[in-house]
Every structure is written in C-alpha cells, then in structure tokens.
Design a binder for this molecule. Structure first.
Ligand code: LER
Ligand code: MN
Length: 270
C-alpha cells in the first residue's frame, strides 16, 4: 500500500477536507518533503497548472498521481449523474469523462463522490439507482479504454441517500455487472455508517480501489477516536495495493495534519 496526501487547487473551497492548499509546485514539493508516495488532486476542472507542468513536477518530486476528485462538478457547477434532468446528467457525465482523461494521463483514477447526487422528490430511489448504474457502466468503460479505472465512493447519509454502506455498493456493482469501477472506502463516512469498519472492508474487498484515510472527526488519523489498528489489519488481509490517501481537514494546520498522517501510515502499514 502507498501513502497519498490531498492537495486542493481550489482556494474558494477552503475549509473543505483537503490537507494541502498550496499552488501546484509548492504543494508537490511539500508532499515530497513530507515523504508521501503520491498526491490526490482536487481541481476546478480537468487541468492543473500550465500545460505539461504537472508531468514535470510529479517527475521532479518523485511523486505519482493517486487520484483526481470530480466534486467541483457538483459544488461549483451543480451537476450530478442522478439528476432528474437528463441534460444535467449528460453534462455531469461529460465533465467526468474529461476528468477521467486528465487522470488517465498519469494512470490515476477519477473519483465519483459528491457527483453521485441524491434521489430527490422528482425521482424514485429505483430511478436514481438506474441513473447511477447507467452512468457508472458508461464511465467505467471510458476509464478502462483510457487504461485506468473509475472510483465510486459511498458517502454518509447526510451527503447521499443512494449508497451509504461499502458492502451494499460492492453488491450493486456486481449485480449490475459494472466493469472498470472500484470502490473508494472513506473511513470518515464509514465511521458514521458501518457497524464494524474492518468487517465491512473485508466484505467488499473484491471491489476496493482506494482508501480515504481519515479519523472519526475527519481530522488526520490519530486526531480522533477511530481504532485504526483493526482497520489496517483488515486491509493487510486483502490483496489491496492502492493508495491510503488522507482526505481530511488541515487541522490544526496543513503541515501538522500531513505529518500526523505520514507517521500514522508508517506505524500501521509498513
Ligand atoms: C469526497 O471524497 C467525499 O468524501 C465527500 O464527502 C465530499 O466531500
Ligand atoms: Mn472521501
């Protein structure tokens, strides 16, 4: 398993759950200096810095791109793949396709978290799950064609009413025979929803593709009360080789949150 730290390039969203908030070159230098293997980027659209800059800076800092978040499509543009408005669903898918190609250049998956939306008054749960399944099938195929995969992230009940549990999401992907899509296990959401995080991870491990490494209060692991050792033991029992990526608040400050994360990663995963 590899360590990864989040870098948001969208200052307008300051206060959100990302550790580093610097401009690209400074953010990547810090991630390297702190000892991370990779960065996960949160961007406004399918670009980061000037053309060619990201490739150059990743190589210079000996970093990989762990994943790219697509949440700006929802929080800035108001798009979701389960909107009852077909035009909005199509725009959401186009936005995610661009993000898939952006990440694929660096072998990184795009994440569908907030972009999954919610089942509202205008649609039934069955309709919303049908839109979700159709979009994941289409986008999973695009990701596979681009040489990567797509990540689907179950969220807690306050952020979506589609899938809140890891194993249920794994069953949904299997039942719908969706290919090219793996699951993102966000330990913050799982702490709210799962009876036992370690057991749920093992139950859906066949689809696991990425971990958001966060404590109960969405601070760096060790700054809350989630018992992390059984979770680390469960992950080690699987054949998961992906990223343990810190998507947490920059509390008490970005550097302390990043240092706490890397020291917890080394303690539990190496
Ligand atoms: C995205 O990764 C996520 O976890 C959501 O809660 C949106 O912040
Ligand atoms: Mn997350």
């Amino acid at each position: 398993m590899k360590s990864c730290v989040t870098l948001s390039l969208v200052p307008a969203l300051r206060g959100g759950p990302w550790i580093l908030w610097d401009e690209l070159s400074i953010g990547l230098e810090k991630a390297h200096a702190l000892g991370f293997d990779a960065v996960e980027l949160f961007t406004e659209d399918a670009s980061a810095g000037k053309p060619g800059e990201l490739a150059h800076l990743l190589e210079k800092n000996d970093l990989s791109l762990g994943a790219v978040g697509t949440g700006a499509g929802k929080v800035i543009q108001g798009l979701t793949i389960t909107s009852s408005d077909q035009a909005v669903r199509e725009q959401a898918k186009s936005f995610i396709v661009e993000m898939i190609y952006f990440g694929a250049e660096f072998a990184a998956p795009a994440i569908i978290g907030s972009m999954q939306g919610n089942c509202g008054k205008e649609s039934t749960v069955a309709d919303a799950r049908k839109y979700l399944g159709d979009a994941l099938s289409f986008l999973g195929e695009k990701a596979s064609q681009a040489g990567t995969f797509l990540l689907y992230e179950p969220l807690n009940r306050y952020e979506t009413n589609l899938f809140n549990h890891f194993e249920e999401a794994a069953d949904f992907l299997d039942e719908m025979k969706i290919e090219g899509v793996r699951l993102l296990a966000d330990l913050f959401h799982m702490n709210i929803e799962e009876k036992d995080i370690a057991s749920s991870l093992l139950a859906g491990a066949r689809r696991l593709g990425h971990v958001h490494y966060a404590d109960s209060n969405r601070r760096a692991v060790g700054f809350g009360h989630t018992p992390i050792e059984p979770i680390a033991q469960a992950l080690k029992k699987t054949d998961f080789e992906g990223y343990i990526s810190a998507e947490v608040f920059d509390w008490p400050d970005p550097e302390s949150a990043a240092k706490q994360t890397i020291s917890s990663f080394r303690k539990h995963f190496s």
